[in-house]
Design a protein around this ligand. Structure first.
Ligand code: ZN
Length: 343
């Protein structure tokens, strides 16, 4: 795909184009940043741009040619469909219980990357979710990165760069990717998914502008969940303690307590944002402003912030260390107490 189709990431894109234009492409890059914002897409573009049979080079703003892919030649299409002999994609094996890139996969990289390109200019190896390399695998990869074959290019993609050994990171040129501006994500959703603006805004806020997620998430399913879990924190639902406890128990039985806690986090975050004077456009529940205003005006900010911290701690620790049912009960009862105190 042409580079203009990748939304945002102006700085990494400019750096990669300059590297091509000045023939200064490094042997290894590390693309890092939030999940699902376009890192892998940019890596595939880079592989295409280096191997394209008919690279487009329209006049750039500086008057010099801007390297880009044609997107339609054999090479571009084969890279996109992962059938190009000089392009390999390595990622964690999905079937495995815990996602890992194993040493055998790195051995295969070594064997393939050592040969010169068969038809293209550069032999490119894209390692997605590179933070999933096992220790043995990253040590093996390090040896290759220390003495990369001349014609080779390694593109490591990760949302958790700190999980990679520093020795591997130091062998790569690092490029940081930030989520694109929310307005651009909304515009893309309206253009490509023909969404009404309110729906596009909702999805952009929900995904925190992670464009890859926004483009593939079903807004209707989200709205259904939002309504379902929104009912949990409605004043009527909080009125009865037994009602709160049985709702928490039922959700736990259905293994949906963590999901409920995520939605309560978003609800409380909206209350806090409103309290702090944020633009209502930034609120996920901005179609329920009156329901948000009341707790925003009456509940203690300190209580709300503590609640957010605890919900965030649960999201990070997951159900490994904490019992989701107990956390859900405690969160709902605290919201209930705060609502009663305010009444
Ligand atoms: Zn092409």
């Amino acid at each position: 795909m042409p580079l203009t189709d990748i939304i945002g990431h102006e700085r990494p894109k400019a750096i990669l184009k300059a590297a091509i234009r000045h023939d200064r492409v490094a042997h290894a890059y590390l693309f890092h940043g939030d999940p699902a914002i376009g890192k892998r897409l940019t890596a595939i573009w880079f592989a295409q741009a280096l191997n394209c049979d008919a690279p487009v080079a329209p006049e750039g703003s500086s008057g010099s040619p801007e390297p880009d892919t044609c997107g339609i030649c054999r090479s571009c299409r084969d890279i996109e469909s992962l059938t190009h002999p000089d392009f390999m994609l390595v990622e964690p094996e999905r079937e495995a219980a815990n996602l890992q890139i194993k040493i055998e996969q790195v051995r295969e990289i070594e064997q393939r990357m050592i040969y010169r390109p068969l038809i293209g200019q550069r032999k490119v190896c894209l390692i997605d979710e590179a933070d999933r390399l096992t220790l043995g695998a990253s040590n093996a990869l390090l040896k290759t990165l220390e003495e990369p074959p001349d014609h080779s290019l390694f593109l490591l993609v990760t949302s958790r760069p700190s999980a990679l050994p520093a020795t591997v990171r130091s062998r790569c040129q690092t490029l940081r990717f930030a989520p694109p501006a929310r307005a651009r994500v909304e515009a893309a959703l309206i253009a490509t998914r023909e969404m009404p603006p309110a729906e596009a805004r909702f999805l952009a806020v929900f995904t925190e502008a992670r464009i890859g997620e926004a483009l593939t998430t079903d807004p209707q399913a989200l709205r259904t969940q939002q309504a379902e879990f929104g009912a949990l924190v409605a004043p009527a639902a909080l009125r009865s303690v037994t009602g709160v406890l049985s709702a928490a128990e039922a959700l736990h039985r259905a293994e949906r307590a963590p999901e409920a806690l995520e939605w309560i986090f978003r609800w409380v975050r909206d209350i806090v944002l409103l309290r702090l004077g944020a633009d209502p456009e930034l609120l996920l529940y901005n179609d329920r402003l009156p329901a948000l205003r009341e707790p925003a005006e009456t509940m203690s900010l300190e209580m709300l912030l503590t609640l957010l911290e605890d919900l965030d701690a649960f999201a990070r620790a997951g159900s490994r260390n904490l019992n989701p049912q107990l956390v859900l009960e405690s969160v709902l009862l605290r919201l209930r107490d705060a609502a009663c105190a305010a009444a």
